[in-house]
Design a protein around this ligand. Structure first.
Ligand code: PMP
Length: 408
């Protein structure tokens, strides 16, 4: 194995089984999964397992043939999309989806530049790595990528529109100076690796509008914020009342079976289709589509988007109560079942990076799994399966409370 990846916890976990919101390690220890958005409808969800098994027994092959599953899935996904987002391309990962989205945007606009948020993560292909400042340091960044400040900058500002337009035009000018223009802006609609920020009101509207005026497209990366996770809406971008030109989906789509998608308008797709061929051996194969269809069915029958809203709100409130109790918690952010708890040292006012890691590792020892995000690695990231309920919230919050009180 290559050694470029990192493990999550100071004592690495050897997980061998999952059921709903629970994970079990090789010794049989049980963990509450407060982190895993891949198991969107719960680990080893029986309906998804059954759909995968049934289809695998009948056929799994490349996407060279006609198959009803891929058509059904394209119809179901586009039904869930607003506006004219009615054409799907299927791929295997969020990275591939964003890579293809960039290619489509460039084909349509005949421009090259791509705007991203300053700590964004959009994936791991050669192009998408460039669009991921979270991993790609400025010295490695090529001139077709420019960054925009994270929404944090505009949190305290009155004149959001004026300020963000100023930053945007500085970035777009750089593309114009080298003659490449702006092909697209891409945002993860919940700005996860920036530290979990919902865009301030009208932020997406303002940026999308200005980018479109200069001939570019708006891409929404819904790999994390999509499929009902924010509770109030199916897609993160809908929170700001916008409709992007291209939407990318991934992680939760197949509940762990690799499948991802790019959704765009017919007008944009036609330009791309005329200029390029696109074939993806595994993207949208019969089993992948069966898994994704079962996820969508389960979301509907089990009302999981609504579920993200109610326990999500309760989770948010409980964390705010903890923030009132402990000075270390500077802010609780996010929406639905996608929450971030920021830790700032109350004396030095510095990001509490070390303490965040300590707390996350202690939680893991206690059987509660959460993650870390943000440019300073000081935001506890909570993004559990969508079946998370009030009892699970209580267990997570009680443990966090216990750990914080033992430390301070
Ligand atoms: N976009 C976002 C917002 C992501 O969080 C990720 C994965 N963390 C990706 C894209 C890339 O997805 P994948 O790992 O499936 O390639």
């Amino acid at each position: 194995m290559g050694n470029a990846d990192e493990l999550f916890y100071s004592e690495p976990l050897h997980i061998v089984r999952g059921e709903d919101v629970w994970l079990y390690d090789a010794e049989g220890k049980k963990y509450l999964d407060v982190y895993n958005n891949v198991a969107h409808v719960g680990h080893s969800n029986p309906h998804v397992v059954e759909a995968i098994t049934r289809q695998a027994k009948a056929l799994n092959t490349s996407t060279r043939y006609l198959h009803e599953n891929i058509v059904d899935l394209a119809e179901k996904i586009t039904e869930l999309m607003p506006g004219e987002l009615e054409v799907c391309y299927f791929v295997c990962s969020g990275s591939e989806a964003n890579d293809l989205a960039l290619q489509i945007a460039r084909a349509y606009t005949k421009k090259q530049g791509c705007l991203v948020s300053e700590n964004a993560y959009h994936g791991n292909t050669t192009a998408v790595f460039q669009m991921s400042p979270d991993d790609c340091v400025p010295e490695k960044r090529q001139d077709w990528v420019q960054t925009l400040p994270s929404p944090k900058k505009y949190q305290q500002t009155e004149q959001i529109e004026l300020n963000c337009l100023k930053d945007l035009s500085l970035a777009m000018d750089k593309f114009d100076e080298i003659g490449i223009g702006t092909a697209a802006v891409i945002f993860d609609s919940i700005f996860s690796s920036d530290g979990i920020f919902l865009p301030p009101p009208d932020y997406l509207k303002t940026i999308y509008g200005a980018v479109r005026q200069s001939g570019g497209l708006a891409i929404a990366d819904e790999v994390q914020s999509g499929l009902g996770r924010i509770g109030s809406h199916m897609w993160g971008f809908s929170h700001d009342g916008v409709v992007p030109d291209i939407v990318t989906l991934g992680k939760p789509m197949g509940n762990g079976y690799p499948i991802a998608a790019v959704v765009t308008t017919r007008k944009i797709a036609q330009v791309f289709d005329q200029e390029y061929g696109y074939f993806n051996t595994f993207g949208g194969n019969p089993v992948a589509c069966a898994a994704a269809l079962a996820v969508l069915e389960t979301m509907k029958t089990d009302h999981l988007m609504q579920n993200a809203e109610t326990p999500g709100l309760y989770f948010h409130q409980e964390l705010i109560e903890l923030a009132e109790k402990y000075d270390l918690i500077s802010e609780v952010r996010g929406k639905g079942l996608f929450l971030g708890v920021e830790l700032i040292d109350p004396i030095g006012k510095e990001p509490a990076t070390k303490k965040t890691a300590e707390i996350v590792n202690l939680l893991s020892k206690n059987g509660i799994l959460v993650g870390i995000t943000g440019p300073d690695s000081n935001v506890i990231k909570m993004r559990p399966p969508m079946t998370f309920n009030k009892r699970h919230v209580d267990r997570a919050v009680e443990n966090l409370d216990e750990i914080l009180s033992s430390l301070f």
